[in-house]
Design a protein around this ligand. Sequence first.
Ligand code: SAH
Ligand code: SF4
Length: 349
Amino acid sequence: MRNESAPPSLLGLSRDGLTALVSEWSFKAIHARSIWRHLHAYGRTDFGTLGGLPAGLIDRLSLSTTASWLGIARDTESRDGFTRKYLLQLDDGKQIETVLMRYAGRVTACVSTQAGCAMGCVFCATGQMGFARHLTTAEIVAQALHVSRVLAASTGERLRNLVLMGMGEPLHNYDATIAATHILGDTAGLALSPARMTLSTVGVVPGIVRLADDREPVSLAVSLHGATQEARAAMVPVAKAWPLDVLMEACRYYCDTMDRHIFYEWTLIEGANDRPEDAHALGRLLERQRAHVNLIPLNPTDGYGGLPTTPHAARQFQSVLAEYGLPSTVRQRRGIDIAAGCGQLASAR
Ligand code: SAH
Ligand code: SF4
């Protein structure tokens, strides 16, 4: 069980929230900025070494808040040399996975937003394990800071890209997830550009509409996998709650309101949704929409027997999409040997 009366984590506070707390304790607001930079820009919690901080404030911080990093339960590196996966320990004993990926000279952190997932997509290991709980803002922020600290201590690179595509459905945990993107985008901290933070959703319609209404600047990816209601619902159970036509209406609303495109994710499964007729159906669905299609050859999971598409079928799929003016990318398969690929993240508890 989580201790509900545990002191709040500093990692879950916005800069304004931290400033308010420091002022509430009757210390000068200016100290909040030093604490914030120490935490978020340098990944340090040893406030005692920070010159200029009043001793009373340091005591108050250690008494009334926590700022602990997530413990590493396991650290595995893929033979591909580009992918590293961390099994991270939460305070209540639950575990989550976070992935560090390198692609075309870029480093990306793939972070989780929930322990498990309630959405039950048939081919996804996280869905197969079921839902444990939402992650807090602090736990989402801590994953990005973990990757940033690993980079700082090894290659010295700066983390610039983040995908909310790890375990869980980010729009099922909207408030904590969005608060985390604000903290990670804060220019006095990690300063991730919102355009380089991509949130991927299985199609939680109220969440998509809210992102648009709130003008949230993160990039949006929507997982489709099927271009008819029937085909999609067979793979994605929540399609019954938010049918395809309702989802597409929300996507059009998002694109119009935000004046930007959406990435559509399509897991390519041999013989199931990788045939030319599937590509034509997707082409018709997205024709004349601002869209980029990311094609992900199926990664293996214990609970699903389908096979990944072949490179030939994937190329053919792309050329059909091109007939509809739709740009697409086939995702490189990475980290499969350590189960760090899309849809492979899971934990035993
Ligand atoms: N819950 C969100 C984000 C996490 S899943 C979502 O569903 O969009 C991230 C991506 O991995 C999604 O596009 C999802 O459809 C895809 N995925 C899930 N299982 C997969 C598998 N076995 N192989 C390839 N991609 C998979
Ligand atoms: Fe959840 Fe996404 Fe996996 Fe579906 S694909 S079960 S929404 S994590």
